[in-house]
Design a protein around this ligand. Structure first.
Ligand code: ZN
Length: 278
């Protein structure tokens, strides 16, 4: 089995010391998802069936279970012992979790992933899906990456996605999707379906956000890895989305714009829907 070069592993979360929490980690999920209040304008002049009761429409994701894993947690920096505890991810042992990265002005990856994940959950639920998040807030510690995978497995999710953003050198740009590889383990049977999920998310993310493919990792925004517990331990189709580089000023500014985060959430919802309806 080919080991990945160390540089590839230095994606998110290795900037632990920089993630001291700056007060910008507040939960902003409350301002998510503007309701679709389309005006039924006065253009309906013809009196077409005013009394007709519309039958309940089947939503496109009725019956689907989706697990969203907002990367890291806003409280992780407070408990290094807990998050540095070594856990078994089958191909190696590694830390239970990490603090994640942050922008130059202190907007944390944990706050970003929490906000995007809640927006995404709202959109998917409106489309009929049953959605479960792997953490309940952005002020606590963990859970471990092993538990994050277990939550998707236990839910028998039709699809699971772990939401992250990266901490790469400032000049680097773009998003990428991380897809599991076979490891002679439980994930093997969902490697193919995870790949299809990853391709659907790549297409929808590029179209919906306009962000470029990663300039620094993977090939055409796809990176296949066997060192991530969240993927190695998954028995349901699962990928990670690294939404962009929080250290890049252009992307940092966009990630701090709620409207752009809504765009990201919509793109991810479309990608998931495309995969689930294919
Ligand atoms: Zn991360």
């Amino acid at each position: 089995m080919r080991a990945l070069p160390a540089s590839v592993l230095a994606v998110c979360g290795l900037i632990a010391s920089a993630c001291g929490g700056t007060g910008s980690g507040g939960v902003t999920a409350g301002q998510a998802a503007p309701a679709t209040t389309t005006q039924q304008g006065p253009t309906q002049e013809t009196q077409q069936s005013p009394a007709r009761q519309a039958p309940p429409e089947a939503e496109p994701l009725d019956g689907k279970v989706i697990v969203i894993d907002p990367g890291h947690n806003g409280g992780n920096y407070r408990d290094p012992a807990a998050i540095n505890r070594q856990v078994d991810v089958l191909t190696k042992r590694k830390a239970c979790d990490t603090t994640g990265t942050q922008t130059a002005n202190g907007y944390s990856e944990a706050a970003f992933t929490w906000d995007v994940s809640n927006r995404l959950a709202k959109i998917l639920e409106a489309r009929g899906a049953t959605v479960k998040l792997t953490r309940a807030d952005n002020n606590s510690v963990g859970p471990c990456i092993t538990e994050r995978a277990a939550i998707g497995n236990k839910a028998k999710a039709n699809a699971a996605v772990s939401v992250h953003a990266d901490g790469a050198p400032t000049k680097e740009r773009g998003f990428h999707v991380i897809i599991p590889k076979k490891i002679n383990g439980p994930v093997d049977k969902v490697v193919g379906s995870s790949n299809r999920l990853g391709l659907a998310l790549r297409a929808a993310f590029a179209a919906g956000t306009g962000l470029p493919y990663s300039t620094y990792i993977g090939s055409k925004a796809l990176s296949y890895r066997n060192d991530l517990g969240g993927l190695n331990l998954s028995t349901v189709p699962k990928v990670f989305i690294e939404c962009g580089n929080m250290k890049n000023p252009v992307e940092a500014a966009r990630f701090q714009d709620p409207k752009f985060r809504q765009k990201i959430a919509l793109a991810l919802a479309d990608g998931l829907q495309h995969y689930l309806k294919a």
